[in-house]
Design a protein around this ligand. Structure first.
Ligand code: PLP
Length: 394
């Protein structure tokens, strides 16, 4: 294993642990426990375990370890902890490091469950949270205080695809000694350079592009060895958000093909977004990779590509959005993203239904907004399908 290997090489080799059988494909160690040679050996393991010694799958497991080491190598992180879902990763990263009285600054535009963790759970346990418009650096600067412990945001927000300047926010946070935690799902590990750009902790819902085929739920927290082993691990191993070894195996195999999938999906997303430009049924056509996106320059600098998700806002509101969704033949109406299958979501009535009208207005989640995660289907087929569905609206 070499640190100088390029991502495509790391993605298929990093973290591999071979058993005595010399298997080519990674083994699934579906075991929650491990046998000790003697009572003395058991005692010793509970004092300190070596790199290849495991105690209990809630603490660690060889297949899970392979996934953690592979994604850490890809992301350029010292260490990683795999979790049962993306939300176990988000909540685990935040609650493991925070205590009552701490102050957190977060972007307002968040995935619904992330908002619940910050606004309901953390606040209930006495953590003060200030929400800002993530695209406005003046608001970040004004909100981050000397006693701010953590700064949290999604590098590209769901579902309106606003892009947050990682480098600039990290500078503001670090000037006050705050740790920066980024939910980096929409950037994907393929386009992420978040650690280079200053992030302290990067979080993924592995359910999305890492699995990429809609099979399993998972998450991962990446950061310094100190943060992962001293802060995250004790919290997660005792509170139970561990990833299952079977899931870790699916995710490991997912990492092998992730780059090819995400690059192809990103190219198609750009093709689709370009083809929909100017359609008369649309009030807005939002894709970070389009030159018309207000933050395209930042996207190109930060990620070098627009990602796999676009959002369209239909002039005719909910009726038009529903007509469009029902007229599409290839894209599925569901709520995952990063999948091999193109998936369309109407946030106002599904993922963001819980929010008040006022909150949705503030976040730009209009009744006409449809989020589209582009899959691996033929780009020309998708374009033809979306255009006929848009025409059906008029
Ligand atoms: C999906 C998602 C999550 C939650 O991930 P799960 O694996 O569903 O728990 C968190 N943040 C973002 C940005 C997401 O898209």
């Amino acid at each position: 294993m070499s640190d100088s290997w390029k991502p495509s090489t790391q993605a298929v080799h990093a973290g591999t642990r071979r058993s005595q059988y010399g298997e080519v494909s990674e083994a699934i160690f579906l075991t929650q426990g491990f046998v000790y040679d003697s009572a003395e050996h058991a005692e010793q393991r509970f004092i300190s375990s070596g790199d290849d010694e495991f105690i209990y799958a809630r603490y660690g497991n060889p297949t899970v370890k392979m996934f953690e080491e592979r994604i850490a190598a890809l992301e350029g992180a010292e260490d990683a902890f795999a979790t049962a879902s993306g939300m176990a990763a988000v909540s685990g990263a935040l609650t493991s490091m925070l205590k009552a009285g701490d102050h957190v600054v977060s972007a307002r535009a968040l995935f619904g469950s992330c908002l619940y963790v910050l606004e309901d759970i953390l606040m209930r346990f006495g953590v003060e949270v200030t929400f800002v418009d993530g695209t406005n650096l003046d608001e970040w600067e004004a909100a981050i205080r000397e006693d701010t412990r953590a700064v949290f945001f999604e590098s590209i927000s769901n579902p309106t695809l606003e892009v947050i300047d990682i480098e600039a926010v990290c500078k503001l946070a670090h000037a006050k000694g705050a740790l920066v935690l980024i939910d980096n799902v929409f950037a994907t590990p393929v386009y992420s350079r978040a650690f280079e750009q200053g992030a302290d902790v990067v979080i993924y819902s592995a359910t999305k592009h890492i699995d990429g085929q809609g099979r399993t739920l998972g998450g991962v927290i990446l950061g310094s060895r100190e943060f992962i082993r001293k802060t995250v691990e004790p919290y997660l191993k005792h509170t139970g958000g561990a990833m299952s070894p079977f899931t870790a195996w699916v995710m490991l195999k997912g990492l092998e093909t992730m780059r090819l999938r995400v690059q192809a999906q990103t190219a198609s997303a750009l093709g689709v977004a370009t083809a929909l430009q100017g359609h008369k049924a649309l009030a807005q056509n939002i894709f970070p990779g389009l030159a018309s996106h207000p933050q395209n320059a930042l996207v190109q600098r930060q990620m070098g590509a627009g990602g796999t998700v676009l959002a369209i806002d239909l002039k005719g509101g909910k009726d038009a959005a529903f007509t469009f969704l029902n007229a599409v033949r290839i894209g599925l109406i569901s709520n995952n993203l990063g999948d091999a299958k193109t998936i369309m979501t109407h946030p106002a009535t599904t993922t963001h239904q819980r929010l008040s009208q006022q909150q949705r207005d503030l976040l730009g989640i209009t009744d006409g907004l449809v989020r589209i995660s582009i899959g691996l289907e033929d780009e020309a087929d998708l374009i033809e399908d979306f255009l006929q569905a848009l025409d059906a609206v008029n």
